[in-house]
Design a protein around this ligand. Structure first.
Ligand code: GDP
Length: 325
């Protein structure tokens, strides 16, 4: 029974004062997840703050104080919250239009904490084209189309993920060309929205002088780009949490930049040494908790197996469609 399992989880969480991260072994339980149980071996819990996961221009340029979740609208403070309700409200990412009391497990995207809501729509990419490289945020396209900024450490798998999303190998090569790696590269998707390839950070082998000041370069983009729906922060799940990723996540969190954690290389379940992706993901979220008392949505992906591709696109569609309202 799905609901029974959820309740068990909620009880575990209620026993702690602080929010905790839980590892659920779905495969070892009697729970059957749909649509694809094998793709979702576990769920890590995390607090969700919708206002940090999407920006809506109609509600003001600053997302932090204006967006109200359905959850917060419908919570009756005077009534004690059930364990299941608490689980739904504190662990899952609830998009707009979702009644927390009506969330069922088949609404949760496999390998993520993301609930699919009524704004999820057409998500597949039919066409994508490189549009422009910009050296500064103010040089970026000015046509008001919504966009997703993609960032991550050098070698995290950003190009591979963009290629996998658009199913077009050569497209992300654009941003690998000499001279384009430190630029903001816009790719127009279905003639209606942008994927934005932002410069990678942490070039381990580059001499100090050649390293760019990533934060000062991208800060203007993150803080002022009105059409930014959300940042996808890519984290390599095949390695333990890296300081530079934690710094970036914490910086985005402190600055209330709407974002989604996209864990890459989740196919690497058999690592020679170290820990598995699920353990690395849990550690990462524990380490950033201080700056994210309420965590954004997260999802597991692999550009090798295609894990999470369709789910990520669906998630992006609901953020985008809500933004478009
Ligand atoms: P970028 O520097 O962030 O653009 O990273 P790339 O996309 O060039 O990938 C860096 C390396 O990681 C390459 O050797 C890729 O083949 C590898 N890689 C990227 N994504 C995945 C993935 O999902 N799984 C595995 N196993 N390797 C990946």
């Amino acid at each position: 029974m799905h609901i029974l399992h959820v309740k068990i989880v909620a009880i575990l969480e209620c026993q702690c004062n602080a929010p905790i991260l839980l590892l659920l072994e779905y495969q070892s339980s009697s729970v059957s997840l749909s649509p694809s149980p094998k793709q979702c071996p576990f769920i890590l819990s995390c607090k969700v703050n919708f206002s940090r996961s999407i920006r809506n221009p109609k509600l003001g340029p600053n997302p932090r104080s204006h967006v109200t979740t359905t959850a917060s609208k419908t919570t009756k403070q005077s009534q004690p919250m059930s364990d299941t309700a608490r689980f739904v409200r504190t662990v899952l990412f609830l998009p707009p239009g979702v009644d927390p009391d009506e969330v069922t497990e088949d609404m949760i995207l496999p390998g993520s904490n993301i609930v699919v809501g009524p704004y999820a729509g057409h998500s597949q990419i039919k066409e994508a084209e490189f549009v422009k490289s910009s050296g500064r945020a103010k040089d970026c396209p000015k046509d008001d189309r919504p966009e997703f900024g993609i960032v991550g450490r050098s070698n995290v798998g950003k190009s591979s993920l963009i290629n996998a999303l658009v199913r077009k190998k050569e497209i992300a090569l654009t941003s690998k060309k000499p001279g384009k790696t430190q630029l903001i590269n816009h790719f127009l998707v279905n003639k209606s929205w942008y994927i934005v390839d932002l410069p990678g950070y942490g070039f381990a082998k580059a001499p100090d002088a050649a390293r760019m000041d990533w934060f000062s370069f991208t800060k203007g983009y993150f803080q002022n780009r009105e059409t930014l729906v959300a940042v996808l922060l890519l984290i390599d799940a095949s390695v333990p949490p890296q300081k530079i990723d934690l710094d970036c996540a914490n910086w985005l969190g402190r600055n209330n930049i709407p974002m989604t954690f996209v864990f890459t290389k989740c196919d690497k379940m058999k690592v020679a040494k170290g820990r598995r992706p699920d353990e690395n993901i849990r550690s990462f979220q524990e380490l950033i908790r201080e700056n994210y008392p309420q965590h954004p949505p997260w999802i597991m992906t692999s550009s090798v197996t295609g894990l999470g591709r369709d789910e990520l696109l669906l998630h992006m569609s609901q953020l985008r469609n809500y933004w478009d309202q």
